[in-house]
Design a binder for this molecule. Structure first.
Ligand code: SF4
Ligand code: SF4
Length: 432
């Protein structure tokens, strides 16, 4: 366990002090027609059509909401192709050839400070809906729904913990764009008429603390605290972040808004800044590519829709053994890719590329490590048994599988190297 902890400590050092490389001129970009939350979609363009930056080119449709699809470049539509989504599934993407002129659609227009000061909560709902802003930490939850709450919000919590190993995309975002973060917070405070905001960062990252507290000097009237929280995983889980950041315990099944708290990931708050100030969707994002299987681990500022293969090439290509494990997202909660033919969508934080070290699963020794480590207080070993026995009733009614956040801790701590989180994923589907 100690060795594992040290390994994790070192993984982020591969990239967190390297300046972000701007890679914003890909020859082609790709936009998913469907995703995990929207299982169908409509395409508004056809091959040969000319599109502009921030133009809506389609609409994803899900059971509860719809999401506009925007182009992040200007250029010509080539057609529909199949590529891998960040969830590891092969889906249809709209392919656009980038003319590198970056001609913006007419609706992308800067609002003056006076115009922004007059925006109402309803305006925030409409703008974030039109701009398809979602949780950029990976949750992809639509931001406009957060603005629709009728609960009074007292405190905005900015989750800048980025607790998964290896990833430093948000770390670099904070170091390089603190002004945008504070402006986004200012807008969120205005929308909710909140009293204060608290930015939560891991206590060991002194560079982030110094950067954020220095930048705060430019916003003397903004009631924002930079709060150092724990260095452990899953400190970035919303419930843990609220508890450590502002001392409120959110009971299971209760929305933080009911307790006067609204949480935004730090990347989302930058997306909010862009949507409100410039009326544009998320066109670029920070992305980490790292691991022992890539030549030069790096952080990139990439245009949404960039191909992962281009970034692998840009990072010097693969290193080491022929067999690789590719994880889109963090190693604890990310999805495995079977091929590198994937696309960076707005909710992709990273790709971890590892040389494959095969670990053979052994029988359960009833050590209880998985139970002790579960932040949701579940019994992963019993969940595994219920899945094996196809016991849907136990999963639903006794083992509370809905409370599982798929954090990966049970797999990580399992003495017998059992992939317990895979069982939890199956269990969630079985209990639907
Ligand atoms: S993935 Fe495992 S450790 Fe994490 S919440 Fe679910 S059962 Fe608990
Ligand atoms: S950690 Fe692994 S070996 Fe220990 S009880 Fe859980 S499943 Fe069994």
């Amino acid at each position: 366990m100690i060795a594992k902890t040290r390994e994790i400590e070192n993984t982020r050092r591969l990239t967190n002090s390297l300046p972000t490389i701007r890679y914003v001129d890909p020859d082609y970009t790709y936009y998913a027609v469907t995703n995990a939350r929207c299982n169908s979609g409509e395409v508004f363009v056809k091959p040969g059509d000319y599109v502009k930056v921030a133009q809506q080119i389609g609409l994803r449709k899900g059971p509860f909401f719809e999401q506009p699809i925007h182009s992040s470049v200007s250029g010509t539509v080539e057609g529909i192709v199949k590529k891998f989504h960040r969830n590891g599934r092969l889906v249809e993407f709209i392919k656009v050839k980038n003319d590198k002129e970056y001609i913006f659609v007419e609706t992308a227009k800067e609002r003056t400070p006076e115009e922004i000061s007059k925006l109402t909560r309803e305006d925030f709902v409409q703008i974030t809906k039109d701009m398809a802003l979602v949780g950029l930490g990976g949750s992809s939850f639509p931001t406009y729904i957060k603005f629709q709450t009728t609960d009074p919000i007292d405190t905005i919590v900015i989750n800048a913990v980025e607790c998964e190993p290896y990833i430093s995309a948000d770390h670099r975002l904070i170091m390089e764009y603190p002004f945008r973060i504070y402006k986004g917070i200012e807008y969120a405070i205005q929308a909710f008429n909140a009293k204060r905001a608290v930015i939560c960062i891991k206590s060991k990252y002194h560079d982030l603390y110094d950067c954020l507290t220095s930048a705060k000097l430019r916003f003397p009237d903004l009631n924002v605290e930079v709060k150092k929280v724990g260095n452990y995983y899953p400190q970035g889980w919303e419930i843990e972040c609220i508890k450590s950041g502002i001392g409120i315990e959110v009971p299971a099944g209760v929305l933080p808004a009911k307790l006067g708290v609204m949480v935004f990931n730090v990347s989302t708050i930058v997306g909010l800044y862009k949507a409100i100030r410039y009326n544009i969707p998320v066109l670029k994002r920070n992305f980490t590519i790292t691991g022992d299987g890539i030549m030069y681990p790096s952080n990139y500022r990439v245009r949404i829709g960039t191909s992962l293969q281009e970034l692998i090439e840009k990072s010097g290509g693969y290193k080491g053994d022929e067999n690789k494990v590719l994880i889109m997202g963090g190693p604890m909660m990310g999805a495995n890719l079977v091929r590198d033919d994937a696309v960076i969508t707005k909710t992709c934080t990273s790709c971890i590329i590892l040389n494959e070290h095969k670990e053979v699963e052994e029988p359960c020794v009833r050590c209880g490590s998985c139970v002790y480590s579960c932040p949701a207080g579940l019994q992963p070993v019993s969940i595994m048994q219920a899945v094996k026995n196809n016991d849907k009733d136990a999963l639903k009614n006794k083992l509370n599988i809905r409370a599982c956040i798929l954090c990966g801790m049970c797999s990580y701590t399992c003495t017998s190297k059992i992939h317990l989180t895979d069982y939890c994923r199956k269990a969630k589907k079985m209990a639907l």
